[in-house]
Write a protein that binds this ligand. Structure first.
Ligand code: OSB
Ligand code: MG
Length: 380
């Protein structure tokens, strides 16, 4: 077994010499509608950290409005620019866990802090000349992937399901909300009796909708993702006791401690891990290990990431308890042009892991310049 223990790396600590933060705006090929609204473009902070000849890159997954979780793009950019990044310049960290300790006093802001943490993992892996998956403890050169389909007319959704199954995607996740649920699920199951189907409600129901979720037990769904309030683990435990279909939590799980409470109370029999949502790779890995101890499978969620975040997600997904297909589908489904040179495309429902040190992807600087705003430098 290769030694990935952080403490054993007898190397000088990495000094964060400089940082660069910018806003990137990419139009979406297909508008994406979920219970809370429709996205037409992806606006995200892109962070580069520099040390010697090496660079690490990550993107923030918070949204412009606090309608998925509480963080916002504007809030994150202010927090990173005014507080976090100035405090990091010139500081040395032996490994990514040391960075976690630096952030420990701060509450919330998991997505903002994850942006820094993930960029540092990339930087650190590149400085060691190792793929991100290797330093995270994963292996394998491809991962299973599914797709997440937004809300739309039923007939069009059935066509999209068929097209993605034909491409080999291993699981279809359908977004639902009150008034857009049973008829869609019934039609999808009738048309595709053997497909791995799941639904994601993005917190749009309450326990008053228990009868609907009991009905869904008839449709052989792999799981029901985040049916109830974004901050209510307890009610999900109550619902899980009332239905047979496994409940999967997304929004509710921001920390390892929250995940422990969910697993101990049987509020989640499947766990969606989004690296950004949980504060970075260290926390994602701890949640992965905790879920494994409960024999609960995890899968990697997505936030319509560019190739930068997508590559981070793919590397993480090579850890062994990622036992269900993730949302990390082909970049071309989201963007007509990506900000990385490498094309992150799935084939036959398998997404190849980008090769080389760190995330294995390289910024396309010429294109990036045309979609960037508000570029800020910190340090040298
Ligand atoms: O709940 O998983 C979610 C996108 C934006 C906000 C929340 C969610 C999603 C997705 C998209 O489902 C997953 C993807 O294709 O990246
Ligand atoms: Mg979700």
């Amino acid at each position: 077994m290769s030694d990935t223990s952080l403490a054993s790396q007898a190397r000088p600590p990495l000094v964060i010499e400089a940082a660069e933060l910018r806003l990137v705006r990419l139009p979406l090929v297909t508008p994406f509608t979920i219970a809370t609204g429709t996205m037409h473009e992806k606006l995200f902070p892109l962070l580069r950290l520099f040390s010697g000849d090496h660079e690490g890159v990550a993107e923030g997954v918070m949204d412009p409005l606090p309608d998925y979780l509480a963080e916002t793009t504007a809030g994150a950019v202010a927090f990173l620019s005014d507080v976090v990044l100035p405090g990091l310049i010139g500081k040395a960290f032996a490994n990514p866990n040391a960075l976690d300790r630096h952030f420990a006093p701060w509450r919330g802001n998991r997505m903002a802090l994850a942006t820094v943490e993930m960029a540092f993992w990339d930087l650190w892996a590149r400085s060691l000349g190792l793929p991100l998956q290797t330093v995270l403890g994963g292996e394998g050169d491809a991962i299973d992937v599914g797709v997440s389909l937004g809300i739309g007319p039923i007939n069009g959704t059935l066509d999209r399901i068929r097209a993605h199954l034909d491409q080999g995607y291993k699981r279809i996740k359908l977004k639902i909300m009150p008034g857009h649920d049973l008829a869609l699920i019934r039609a999808a199951r009738e048309a595709f009796p053997d497909a791995h189907l799941t639904v994601d409600a993005n917190s749009s129901y309450t326990l008053a909708d228990t009868a609907l979720f009991r009905t869904l037990d008839d449709f052989n769904l792999d799981y029901i993702e985040q049916p109830l309030a974004w901050d209510d683990i307890h009610d999900h435990a109550v619902l899980q006791a009332r239905v047979k279909t496994p409940i999967c939590l997304d929004e509710c799980l921001g920390t390892v401690a929250q995940t422990r409470k969910a697993l101990q109370s049987d509020a989640a029999r499947v766990v969606n891990i989004k690296v950004g949502r949980v504060g970075g790779h260290s926390s994602a890995r701890a949640i992965h290990d905790l879920a494994a101890a409960f024999d609960v499978p995890v899968w990697c969620g997505g936030m319509l990431e560019s190739g930068v975040g997508r590559a981070h997600n793919i590397h993480l997904s090579t850890l062994p308890n990622f036992r269900k297909p993730g949302d990390t589908s082909s970049a071309s489904r989201y963007f007509s042009r990506d900000i990385v040179v490498e094309r992150l495309e799935a084939a036959g429902g398998r997404m190849p892991v980008p090769k080389g040190p760190g995330t294995g992807v390289t910024l396309d600087h010429d294109f990036l310049a045309t979609v960037s705003a508000d570029v800020r430098r910190f340090g040298a």
